[in-house]
Design a binder for this molecule. Structure first.
Ligand code: SF4
Length: 218
């Protein structure tokens, strides 16, 4: 089974609790205004890999020592069959390795749409952050970009892991952005506040560093 990937990183510490595997799928048909991940929108066959290759990378990178997996995008549910295969393999790995990691997935689709069209996928997840990013709504809670996006525990493990965080506010003391270097590129991972990326860009410019290509403006 092929899956289209934008990037994968470990460890990620700003999209869910603990030390996590972060997997960003490529392709999004939703197009929220103000999306900071516009580099994930276009489907690109050059970014395809097999689910098995991705799982091998997960196993080799973490050596089984991590707290959770966060799947984002792009829009993961736009690749429903590949997402199902990935979740099946992650769950098999968790069971056979006697591991205890949770699986959190983001989606820009409304919760009601996912419940109607993808109940079998929701049954494989521990927690979900659904609903489109709304640029006009404030950033109020950790791990969520706008106040319309709930954190929804879906499994017993999900309730156990995420119950303490359902109403945790996003404030300036909370770490929201992580910087990573990969293949000559700089990745900012996490949930920026309104204006954070523009402020970063002008701060870099003031220091003589011009960002020629960014994911938050087309
Ligand atoms: S915020 Fe997510 S769902 Fe919305 S356009 Fe960006 S990648 Fe797609």
């Amino acid at each position: 089974m092929k899956i289209s990937i934008n990037k994968a990183h470990f460890p990620v510490s700003v999209l869910g609790p603990g030390k996590r595997l972060g997997i960003w799928l490529q392709g999004c048909s939703i197009g929220c205004k103000g999306c900071v991940s516009q580099d994930t929108w276009e489907r690109d066959p050059g970014r395809d890999m097999t689910v098995r290759q991705l799982l091998d990378w997960c196993r080799n990178t973490t050596a089984g020592i991590f707290d959770g997996v966060t799947i984002s995008g792009g829009e993961p549910f736009d690749q429903a069959r590949a997402l199902a295969a990935l979740l099946d393999d992650l769950i098999r790995w968790r069971t056979s390795g006697k591991l205890d990691f949770d699986i959190l997935c983001y989606s820009g689709y409304p919760l009601s749409t996912l419940q109607k069209n993808h109940a079998e996928l929701l049954a494989k997840l521990d927690a979900l952050i659904p609903e489109p990013y709304a640029d006009a709504r404030p950033l109020t809670h950790i791990w969520r970009g706008s106040s319309n996006q709930p954190l929804v525990p879906l499994s017993e493990r999900g309730h156990r892991t995420y119950a303490p965080f359902l109403n945790t506010p996003a404030d300036h003391a909370t770490k929201r952005i992580q910087t990573m270097l990969d293949g000559g590129r700089v990745w900012y991972v996490g949930i920026p506040g309104r204006g954070d990326m523009a402020a970063l860009e002008s701060s870099c410019k003031a220091r003589g560093v011009e960002l020629l290509q960014t994911s938050w403006r087309s």
